[in-house]
Design a protein around this ligand. Structure first.
Ligand SMILES: [Zn+2]
Ligand SMILES: [Zn+2]
Length: 348
């Protein structure tokens, strides 16, 4: 499934463009999840830059989408010694330069040249995918192929919680129960924090309730919503609020629902600049942390699942064949309904 331009994604028959050069891996795709960013790139391109050759991947659009996947290694390039044909893997989607200060310090999600599989290079809505071996994340036996395709968004949830310094037993509110909100709430549970989920959509709220989360419809004024949250989580409010909505009133409400010393983690990208009441932060040491993707988090998620601490299967609300994927992107862009994660069965 190839992205050609805004509003133009379709199934094409093409040869793999990336060479299986040194340090590269080729794999047969099993499952690929549809990400909010795939939907966003079709509506209003953000990461894909038409007419620009990516400095790390050497590719330019059109590009095959898909960066949340599980696959089986079919071939490896020169110098790849820790992977072999037959290995089951998922992938960290981040291309990185491995030289800039961010990369050297281990925060390659902030790489100056960063790119993503499935946006900056051909991705996994295709039978075969090639990517750097450093991206490969071996799947433990306990992690199924379906769940292997969830490691990437779960890593986003884990990274967000780490950014907020989440600790077991703290009170947590998660705003938005889309794929990332669901990942944050599920990962938090396995870390010993039980989320209160704020979600406007009744169907998604029902999904969160079915998962056992307390929920709230954050209708109304931010201060009123915050008051309801304090009533539900107790005492002064939540120690951590993870905003996965990117909605304009969410940050204001988040600030009001945190307890003294609370941390707000902004994971959604607001559509326009938001005013922040710095006075409410100084009184009393509330802080805001931005989170972007993940760095070295997929193996940790795989280990949590393998240990039986994390059960993300219920996030998958629908499975579709690759042939239906372009239409599905348009449908999700128009109205996601109560879907959380739609999984594409690439390996027929
Ligand atoms: Zn994604
Ligand atoms: Zn770098």
């Amino acid at each position: 499934m190839r992205w050609h331009s805004a509003g133009d994604v379709r199934l094409d028959d093409v040869e793999l463009e990336l060479p299986l050069g040194p340090g590269m891996v080729e794999a047969e795709v099993a499952y690929t999840g549809i990400c909010g960013s795939d939907v966003a790139e079709v509506k209003a391109p953000f990461a894909i830059r038409p007419g620009r050759v990516h400095p790390l991947t050497g590719q330019e659009p059109p590009v095959t989408l898909g960066h949340e996947f599980s696959a089986v290694v079919t071939a490896v390039g020169e110098g790849v010694e820790d992977l072999a044909p037959g290995d089951r893997v998922s992938a960290d989607a981040c291309w990185r330069c491995n030289r800039c200060e961010a990369c050297v310090s281990g925060r390659y999600n902030l790489c100056r040249l960063s790119g993503s599989i499935g946006l900056s290079s051909d991705g996994a809505f295709a039978p075969l995918v090639r990517f750097p071996a450093y991206c490969a994340v071996p799947l433990p036996d306990q992690v199924s192929d379906e769940v292997g395709a969830l490691l990437e968004p779960l890593a986003v949830g884990l990274h967000a919680l780490d950014r907020g310094g989440a600790r077991a037993g703290e009170r947590l509110a998660v705003i938005g129960y889309g794929p990332i909100g669901a990942c944050a709430a599920l990962v938090a549970r396995s870390l010993g924090l039980e989320a209160l989920v704020l979600e406007r959509h009744a169907g998604r709220r029902a999904r969160a309730e079915a998962e056992g989360f307390a929920t709230l419809d954050p209708a109304g004024e931010p201060r009123e919503v915050a008051k309801q949250v304090r009533g539900l989580v107790g005492s002064g409010g939540a120690e951590i609020v993870v905003d996965c909505s990117g909605a304009v009133p969410a940050l204001e409400a988040a600030l009001e629902m945190t307890t003294r010393g609370g941390r707000i983690v902004v994971a959604g990208i607001p559509k326009k600049p938001l005013p922040v009441d710095a006075g409410r932060m100084v009184l009393y040491e509330r802080s805001i942390h931005a989170t972007l993707g993940y760095a070295n988090d997929l193996p940790r998620v795989a280990a949590m699942i393998a240990a039986g601490n994390l059960h993300p299967e219920s996030m998958i609300t629908r499975r579709i064949p690759l042939a239906e994927t372009p239409a599905e992107l348009f449908r999700l862009g128009a109205d996601p309904g109560d879907d959380v994660k739609v999984l594409v069965e690439v390996r027929a």
